[in-house]
Ligand binder design. Structure first.
Ligand code: FAD
Length: 364
């Protein structure tokens, strides 16, 4: 998130300082499995029930545009980050069964989004997966998230942005001239505007309780196992929680999911062995073969929201302080969206779609 913001804001010719208490790309981004998709955790057809079809479609189209924008920028800036276009396969699950997926396909098509329904037999034939109905969507891709972050930061630094770490921000104060960020070493940075792209760590302090923290788990096989299915598609399920799978350039198979609704690191890490076994067993069912044997297993904090969409906008009550929190499974796509919306709003006029993702939108 911070790297995407720094690249885009420096591209506007503004003076940018990136502060991080850790080395670059050591946050949640290092744990990300980086399936870059525009289909969000809460299906469009479900979101339409609460917001109406037009408003739900507007929000999804923002995410779709952000994925296209990121795709375009990676190419234009020639960032070597393992970018590969992949079809996205969204399989029938507990949230959407076959009929639900057909309704979802219609809702997406009516919104101008490129998804097609595929029956179980046709899906099995095309992808070499067990028969299960699904939606196939275009314009998804995979990346190496650490390489992408470092590439974006390099571009920003090349345009004059300053990257300072370790720089632990311990207090923030706003006044009429801007924002003062106090660091743990006693220094302070004064800025006209500041964006908190602090991932899941500073979330509690600024976000309403509707944005929740949990834990997510993933395994990766040894290199050379893929391909196990055709087109190296990005696979996930219309379930909550859902299982997902992708491959890497060196042929690892990554399987993720089995989320828990607590974020305590000690409790989470105590589950690593059990989660490795569960992910191996569930991958066997997902892929219709022997389960994927893990060479690496990891876990990290993860954020979710009631509509599957992020918190992007001014911190409630503060004009010069912005929040950019990628809650929901599409954190990478949401970072691109936050960068577009915040960049377009820095001169004082909010981008028209900013209200869709307002951090206080669930407050009554
Ligand atoms: C296991 C897992 C799998 C995922 N898979 C996907 C996926 O397939 N697709 C997808 O789109 N998204 C995925 N996500 C979500 C996505 O990766 C995250 O939303 C995204 O990487 C978060 O990036 P960020 O920059 O907001 O946070 P981070 O990468 O955590 O960066 C925040 C930074 O802020 C710094 N910071 C925090 N507080 C302070 C402070 N007070 N002072 C100074 N610095 C501070 C931290 O040191 C850190 O470097 C996944 C996440 C996890 C955990």
């Amino acid at each position: 998130m911070g790297a995407m913001l720094a690249e885009r804001i420096s591209g506007q010719g503004r003076s940018v300082v990136v502060l991080d208490r850790r080395p670059p790309a050591w946050g949640a981004t290092a744990a990300s499995t980086a399936l870059v998709m525009w289909g969000a955790d809460t299906p469009l057809s479900h979101l339409a029930r609460t917001l109406g079809a037009a408003e739900a479609a507007r929000r999804w189209r923002c995410v779709f545009a952000a994925v296209g924008e990121l795709d375009d920028r990676i190419r234009r800036l020639a960032i070597d980050c393992g970018w590969r276009a992949r079809p996205e396969v969204y399989l029938a699950g507990t949230l959407l069964d076959e009929a639900g997926l057909q309704a979802e396909a219609k809702a997406r098509q009516a919104a101008g989004l490129p998804s097609q329904f595929l029956g179980s037999k046709a899906l099995a034939e095309r992808f070499g997966l067990p028969p299960r109905a699904g939606l196939i969507s275009d314009l998804a891709f995979e990346v190496d998230p650490v390489a992408l972050t470092l590439g974006l930061l390099k571009c920003a630094v090349g345009r004059g942005a300053k990257l300072i770490w370790p720089a632990d921000v311990v207090a923030i104060a706003c006044n009429e001239t801007g924002v003062s960020l106090a660091l743990s070493d006693g220094n302070a940075i004064l800025a006209r505007q500041a964006v908190l792209a602090t991932g899941y760590e500073a979330a509690r302090a600024y976000l309403p309780p509707a944005f929740e923290l949990g834990s997510s788990f993933a395994i990766a096989s040894a290199p050379g196992l893929a391909p196990l299915w055709r087109e190296n598609a990005l696979i996930w399920e219309a379930s909550d929680p859902y299982l997902y799978a992708r491959t890497t350039r060196d042929g690892r198979v990554i399987i993720g999911g089995t989320d828990e609704d607590f974020a305590d690191a000690e409790r989470r890490d105590a589950l690593l062995d059990a989660k490795r076994q569960t992910l191996t067993a569930q991958s066997g069912d997902l892929l219709g073969r022997e389960g994927v044997v893990a060479e690496c297993t990891w876990a990290a904090t993860f954020g979710s929201s009631p509509d599957g969409l992020p918190a992007i906008g001014r911190a409630p009550g503060f004009d010069a302080l912005w929040l950019a929190s990628g809650f929901g499974g599409n954190g990478v796509s949401f970072a691109s969206m936050a960068a577009s919306l915040i960049c377009a709003s820095l001169d004082g006029v909010p981008a028209p779609d900013l209200d869709c993702f307002a951090p206080d939108r669930f407050e009554t």
